[in-house]
Design a protein around this ligand. Structure first.
Ligand code: ADP
Ligand code: MG
Length: 243
């Protein structure tokens, strides 16, 4: 299981993560909520080592990182194979077809044969409803389609955890819905996910646990129902402001 203990991160003089401790159960979906600027992206990026906290411990099963010490490139690579990030802005390779986007990592990073990678990629594209777009280029896709390709691409890497930072916030509601449906299906297959979102209805539906971050620390960390029925004034007013 992926776990953070007493993590601190500052940008310049500003503390952004403050002694944050939490864990992300396997085969479950953790939804991260919180106001803008509270440190959600910084935490998620730290899980993938795109940010480097100054102190704290990162545990993932047999792998442990002490952020206060140097991190070897071997460890960084290992972390990035266990955690795959899906960004708000999709980040597809524009000069690659949809299929090439999905097989790039499996072939060049996981050293799968092109045939095996292609076979699996087509299955994944089918599962996100985009088999007919395999030969299309990113410019020909809607935002919702692009994000579904990005999700298929992350699944093709077989990560232990998929990390999604506001995966639908760049999309119109209709296109958002098609992406959320795909994420629900992945959740139903027990893929471990950590999702930052502002969509409260989706959070309530998909989350096994909620991590509510405010000012860089966990104000709530527990079951989904407990969050949505919280009597804490701050949590109640946050939920009210979002719905
Ligand atoms: P959230 O995702 O919850 O909106 P972020 O993790 O993006 O919050 O940001 C938390 C705080 O850290 C904000 O005050 C933001 O301005 C600051 N911050 C984030 N990234 C950087 C950076 N690269 N340099 C300086 N400040 C940053
Ligand atoms: Mg953010």
């Amino acid at each position: 299981m992926l776990k953070l203990s007493h993590v601190n991160k500052t940008f310049g003089e500003t503390p952004v993560l403050k002694d944050l401790s939490t864990e992300f159960p396997e085969q479950q979906t953790t939804v991260v909520l919180g106001p803008s600027g509270s440190g959600k992206s910084t935490m998620l990026r730290s899980l993938n080592l795109l940010e480097r906290p100054e102190s704290g411990i990162y545990d993932c099963d047999d792998l442990q990182i002490d952020f206060a010490k140097p991190i070897t490139s071997k460890t960084t690579l290992e972390v990035r194979q266990r955690t795959e990030m899906v960004f708000q802005s999709f980040n597809l390779f524009p000069h690659f077809s949809v299929l090439q986007n999905v097989i790039e990592g499996p072939v060049h990073v996981l050293h799968q044969s092109k045939d095996a990678a292609t076979k699996e990629a087509l299955t994944l594209l089918d599962s996100v409803g985009l088999l007919d777009k395999a030969d299309a280029y990113p410019v020909e896709l809607s935002g919702g389609q692009s994000q579904r390709v990005a999700i298929a691409r992350s699944l093709a890497m077989h990560p232990q955890y998929i990390l999604l930072d506001e995966p639908t916030s760049a999309l119109d509601p209709e296109l958002e819905l098609e992406v959320l449906k795909v994420l629900l299906a992945i959740h139903d297959q027990n893929q471990s996910m950590i999702i930052v979102t502002h969509n409260m209805a989706f959070a309530q539906r998909v989350a096994n646990k909620i991590l509510f971050i405010e000012n860089g620390d966990a104000l709530y960390d527990g079951p989904t129902d407990g969050f949505f029925h919280s009597t804490n004034d701050r949590i109640k007013s946050f939920i009210d402001s979002m719905t």
